[in-house]
Design a protein around this ligand. Structure first.
Ligand code: PGA
Length: 252
């Protein structure tokens, strides 16, 4: 039995209003409170401005709240950005960094992602570090190379299983309804754990949770979450409805 506790994380991206966030987070909190024998941890990551609504709605439940992206610096002249201390102050315990939408939309490099993860760690937040290959990279047979170099470049030295989660998200699977086969997912996850071991040592790598993300839904999550090196999911579209997200979690 793995000592890694399954993490079911919702990446709500740029979706929702205050009312919708209260309903979604509150609905999930009600489900979790009513459930017994829960064998997973649940995390929701709303847009920064909706974090207070989510935090108030999950109060009294074990649902964790996280930011979607933090600046690497502690404070200062960075218009439009959010500091880790602000996430912490608002009640967050996690921060997603290096999502492919950030890497693509904002040109974030591995160095930038690593600096953001360092900042998250320094504030006591768990960094969910996202990696993944594009379709062109996969077609060119570069899947392992790309993920290996993103682990080497994006994960800070000295990261631990306590302060770091890795999310493997093939870019071509995000929001497309397509996923790799289970065998492919397991192969990449096992490879990532090996690359992580080079970086943080065998013992920490063995304890670090590696999530799969990219079109995970109630229909495919049972098979994906059962894979030996898959320790949870980072879920976009299917995390925006209470019933769907809960159904994914129940498959943990
Ligand atoms: P998706 O998004 O579940 O909608 O594919 C996952 C993600 O981008 O984290």
């Amino acid at each position: 039995m793995s000592e890694r506790r399954t993490l079911i994380a919702g990446n709500w991206k740029m979706n929702g209003s205050v009312a919708e966030t209260l309903a979604l987070a509150g609905g999930l909190a009600d489900k979790l409170k009513a459930a017994d024998d829960v064998n997973f941890e649940m995390l929701v990551c709303p847009s920064a401005i909706l974090i207070p609504a989510a935090v108030s709605a999950v109060k009294g439940s074990d649902i964790q709240v996280g930011g979607q992206d933090n600046h690497a610096n502690a404070k200062g002249a960075h218009t439009g950005d959010t500091a880790v201390s602000m996430f912490k102050d608002a009640g967050c315990s996690y921060a997603i960094v290096g999502h492919s939408e950030r890497r693509t939309d904002h040109g974030e490099t591995d160095d930038v992602v690593k600096a953001k993860a360092v900042a998250a760690h320094s504030a006591g937040l768990v960094a969910v570090i996202c990696i993944g290959e594009t379709e062109a990279e996969r077609d060119a047979g570069k899947t392992l190379d790309v993920n290996g170099s993103q682990i080497a470049g994006s994960v800070p030295d000295g990261s631990t299983a306590e302060n770091t989660v890795v999310a493997y998200e093939p870019v071509w699977a995000i929001g497309t309804g397509r996923t790799p086969t289970s065998a492919e997912v397991q192969d990449v996850h096992a490879f990532i754990r090996g690359e992580l071991a080079k970086k943080i040592g065998d013992a920490e790598a063995a304890k670090t949770r590696i999530l799969y993300g990219g079109s995970m839904n109630p229909g495919n999550s049972k098979e994906l979450l059962a894979l030996a090196d898959v320790d949870g999911g980072l879920i976009g579209g299917a995390s925006l409805k209470v019933e769907d997200f809960w159904a994914v979690a129940e498959n943990a």
